[in-house]
Design a protein. Structure first.
Length: 95
């Protein structure tokens, strides 16, 4: 599985993720807030690769508390922000 990094970044932002003030020169950090509380974060490499490979997809999906297929749906848009929040709620992450 391979995902376009720019598309992933853009679509995560559409799903409620915001750029973190904490970042490094080699990574972009995205945070997800619910009711004013940060519930999780993920990071994207600023490296030269245009795509997210299987390893990076695996890492980001764990950070986002999703399976790799669910994460792919999140960044490719079949999984809406509302449904994503429902998944996180069902996992007890939105207390």
């Amino acid at each position: 599985m391979v995902l376009n990094k720019k598309k992933a970044y853009k679509n995560l932002k559409k799903k409620g993720f915001i750029d973190s003030i904490n970042h490094s020169g080699d990574h972009k950090y995205l945070e997800l807030y619910h009711n004013g509380k940060m519930i999780l974060y993920t990071k994207l490499s600023n490296g030269s690769k245009k795509d997210l490979d299987n390893f990076l997809i695996s890492q980001m999906s764990k950070q986002c508390k999703l399976s790799k297929n669910e994460f792919a749906d999140l960044v490719n848009c079949p999984l809406s922000e509302k449904k994503y929040l429902e998944i996180l709620d069902n996992k007890g992450l939105l207390e």
